[in-house]
Design a protein around this ligand. Structure first.
Ligand code: NAD
Length: 276
């Protein structure tokens, strides 16, 4: 059962449309056949309220202006795409669940309670949530899980990530997702084995731990490396995003996929068919 009875053109709205990702998403929807950019919102009081969506996306004017009315936009569209901040995304998801509007979520930095809330909203509508919408990273998640299960705990797992200087959460949502994948491969709970920061006299590395290291600087779009370090060898899996457009393309692909799904809480691995 589809969440809404869609026609041949998918009506898409973007909340946080003036953000770094919001603008890329708007450009991607405008360039996608069968997708119609029906509106975008920004935070109340934003200088971008009233701006033309096409201009923001670096495209010709669309005649559609940015508003602060998330409820009206979410009600009017088939699917909403949200790359904002956790507390705002949760509020939007509540509205989407109420209107049975599908939602694609790229926001990172949720706490465990917020993830539980999003899961619950999957009972009412389609929610696709991924910390990273690139095809390469979603493949990396599967390979990391497999490597962790094959290599065993003689191989210390360290996850290193680097992002641009504006990023506000750490470790990145993708690094944590890679940690979850490695923990799943070892049949352990990430919360029981994660070392998210190290400082001072830390003592030796506990066996079986999954460590994280966070680098920030410049305009780096997103680099992730998973290292499996044993006494005699080191095995590394790496992904480097060169352009945010890969995330936007994946999110719009997820938005179109959402149309044929029953209500539920899905990942990008579901969208790509990498989950079984
Ligand atoms: P950004 O700060 O440039 O954009 C966020 C936008 O949300 C801003 O324009 C802000 O004004 C807007 N916003 C805040 N409150 C709002 C409200 N109440 N209503 C409407 N808009 C509101 O950040 P960004 O670099 O675009 O990243 C956004 C999020 O996406 C982050 O959590 C980031 O980690 C994540 N991200 C995810 C992926 C992925 O593939 N899943 C890729 C890149 C970034």
């Amino acid at each position: 059962m589809d969440v809404k009875n869609w026609g041949t053109v998918m009506k898409i709205g973007i909340v946080g449309v003036a953000g770094r990702m919001g603008r890329m998403l708007a450009a991607e929807v405008l360039a996608t056949e069968g997708a119609d950019l029906c509106g975008g919102t920004e935070a109340p009081g934003s200088e971008f309220i009233g701006a033309d969506l096409g201009t923001l996306a670096g495209r010709p004017e669309t005649g559609e202006a940015v508003t602060a009315d998330a409820d009206a936009l979410i009600k009017a569209v088939d699917v909403i795409i949200d790359f904002t901040v956790p507390v705002v995304t949760i509020a939007h998801a509540e509205i989407a669940a109420g209107h049975k509007t599908a939602m694609v979520i790229g926001t990172t930095g949720f706490d465990a309670d917020q993830i539980t809330e999003l899961n619950a909203m999957g009972a009412d509508t389609v929610i696709v949530h991924a910390a990273n919408f690139s095809v390469g990273v979603n493949l990396l998640l599967g390979v990391t899980e497999q490597a962790a299960s094959v290599l065993g705990i003689d191989y210390d797992i360290e996850i290193v990530e680097m992002h641009h200087r504006h990023k506000i959460d750490a470790p990145s949502g993708t690094a944590l997702a890679l940690g979850e994948a490695a923990a799943k491969g070892r049949n352990v709970d990430l919360d029981d084995v994660a070392t998210r920061v190290r400082d001072g006299i830390t003592g030796p590395r506990p066996p079986g731990n999954i460590g994280f290291a966070t680098l920030r600087g410049g305009g780096v779009v997103g680099d992730h490396t998973v290292i499996f370090a044993a006494d005699g060898e080191r095995f590394e899996l790496a992904h480097k995003a060169a352009d945010r457009s890969v995330f936007a393309a994946g999110a719009v692909r997820a938005a179109i996929w959402a149309g044929s799904q029953a209500p539920g809480y899905y990942s990008m691995r579901d969208v790509l068919g990498f989950n079984g």
